[in-house]
Design a protein around this ligand. Structure first.
Ligand code: PGA
Length: 238
């Protein structure tokens, strides 16, 4: 059975003091993470990762570079994330693909390096509105997965996949649960039966339970609604 995962993607939000306040509140309201059947993961900005070190919370980065070290000004290596105690790293988020030129090939390189260093990738895929309207959703997602996982046999067991339709991210337009399930079932056929497949794109307290009722939706990657501790807790306790 795939594990149920609720992950927060804070994107470029929160300063250290705001993050600390959130952590303190979340610690108070969450049961011991080990006793819960759901895994909660926070992916803050890299400058905030150290705050999570002794927090008892699971955490990861939002991106990493595809080399271990060297002259790559402004980048962060998987070795650095590992030493900061990260268990996870988001790879191939649509904002990285859209604004920072990431391709299936660069995503593949990052996935391999993350796995080599024991970081569990949260590998993001999803179609744009234009691609959906042209009837290309299945083809686009399949290509992203096949090229992203190229030469990575059986290691898909060690990663999480997030389906995030680009048109649903930060727009308030969530995919209908059945619409999401259709793509999740296609992804399931390309992954293992143990792989957690998360849905992302305008997940909120009001729509989480219908999404989670779908057979192949094993959790959520939450952006906007994860910034407010109350709404994030409502999502966790859907
Ligand atoms: P959103 O973002 O929940 O704000 O739509 C999700 C994401 O980009 O991971």
């Amino acid at each position: 059975m795939p594990k149920t995962i609720i992950a927060a993607n804070w994107k470029m939000n929160k300063t250290s003091s705001q993050a600390q306040e959130f952590i303190t509140q979340l610690q108070k309201e969450l049961e011991s993470p080990d006793e819960s059947d759901k895994e909660v993961i926070i992916c803050p900005n890299d400058t905030l990762l150290h705050l999570f070190k002794d927090s008892g919370l699971n955490y990861g980065a939002q991106n990493m570079y595809s080399e271990e070290e060297g002259a790559f000004t402004g980048e962060t290596s998987p070795l650095m994330l590992k030493e900061l105690g990260c268990q996870y790293v988001i790879i191939g988020h649509s904002e990285r693909r859209q604004y920072f030129g990431e391709t299936n090939q660069s995503v593949n390189k990052k996935l391999k390096l993350a796995l080599k260093h024991g970081l569990k990738p949260i590998f993001c895929v999803g179609e744009t509105l234009e691609q959906r309207e042209a009837g290309k959703t299945q083809q686009v997602v399949e290509t992203q997965i096949k090229e992203g996982l190229y030469n990575l046999q059986a290691t898909s067991y060690n990663l999480v996949i997030a389906y995030e339709p680009v048109w649903a991210i930060g727009t308030g337009k969530t995919a209908a649960p059945e619409q999401a399930q259709e793509v999740h079932a296609q992804i399931r056929a390309l992954a293992t039966s143990e792989t957690s497949i998360l849905y992302g794109g305008s997940v909120k307290p009001a729509n989480i339970s219908q999404l989670m009722a779908q057979k192949d939706i094993n959790g959520a990657l939450v952006g906007g609604a994860s910034l407010d501790v109350e709404s994030f807790i409502q999502i966790i306790n859907y």
